[in-house]
Each structure stands twice: as structure tokens, then as C-alpha cells.
Design a protein around this ligand. Sequence first.
Ligand code: UDP
Ligand code: MG
Length: 148
Amino acid sequence: MEQTYIMIKPDGVQRGLVGAIIARFETKGFYLRGMKMMSVTKEHAEKHYADLSSKPFFGDLVDYMCSGPVVCMVWEGKEVVKTGRKIIGATNPLASEPGTIRGDYCIELGRNVIHGSDAVDSAKHEIGLWFPEGVSEYAHTAHAWIYE
Ligand code: UDP
Ligand code: MG
């Protein structure tokens, strides 16, 4: 089964959206494999967003990610990377459909409350970067009620 890296950004934490965001992944049927709160260093934020280092907004993005603690999570399930991105919505919250996290909870690109890996490969890379200690493997008692 696939895993994805989901992170509630500093604005999501400050605005009290942690519970609501977790609930969307949890009630869908995905399994929580790792979760922690972290203050992000500039170096770590730059590593996470290394692909975007040439973009004009890179400096503001790194400042945003370091402006308060984030909540880091690993979620697991069938096609969780793609489905996670659907649950999150489009990068620009004003283009995100109502019913998605960004569509429901935010307005601006640089305050879009959540990160989610965009592909299986980047998810593996990001999980390694944020959870070098590894994640929790445990049996889910509801498994047979979620999967055929
Ligand atoms: N971002 C921004 N301005 C832009 C594009 C992106 O501030 O013009 C920020 C935004 O917070 C976004 C993050 O940079 O979530 C990473 O950009 P990416 O294109 O990877 O979007 P995502 O994968 O988060 O949807
Ligand atoms: Mg991205």
C-alpha cells in the first residue's frame, strides 16, 4: 500500500484546523502511520522545497514554513497520494473546489494551510526527510471493513 506525506502548515496550526484536517483523512479510511509537531528550521524547509528554489516566491515560502510549528503526518492507503491531493484541493485556494481542504479553509497561495506529496516518488523522499526515525506499523482492526 502507498504512503504520502501530509503536513499542516503554520497557519493551519494557528487557526485551529488540525483536528478538522486529520478527520478528513481518518474518516476516509486512510491509516495514520506517523504524526508529530515540529518547528521547522530554514535549512529543513529549503530541503523540503528544493525543487522550487528558483521560484520568485521561494524566500517567502521558506519564511512561511518557519513562522510557527507544523504538524507532520504519514498517511497510508490505496492510491493515497493522488486521493490526498484531491482531498487537499488545488494549490491556489481560490481555484480549489468547495469540499476540499483548501477550498473550504483558506484564500491565499502563501497561506494555504496544508502540504501533500504530489507523486509516489516525492512521497517516499519527503517521508524520509521528515520521518528519518521511521513510522508505525500496526494492524488495523477495521481493515476488512474498508477494503474488499
Ligand atoms: N506557492 C506560493 N506562490 C505560488 C506557488 C506556490 O506561495 O505562486 C506556495 C504555496 O504555499 C504552495 C507551495 O508554495 O503550497 C508549494 O508549491 P507547489 O507548486 O508544490 O504547490 P502544492 O504542491 O503545495 O499544491
Ligand atoms: Mg508541491
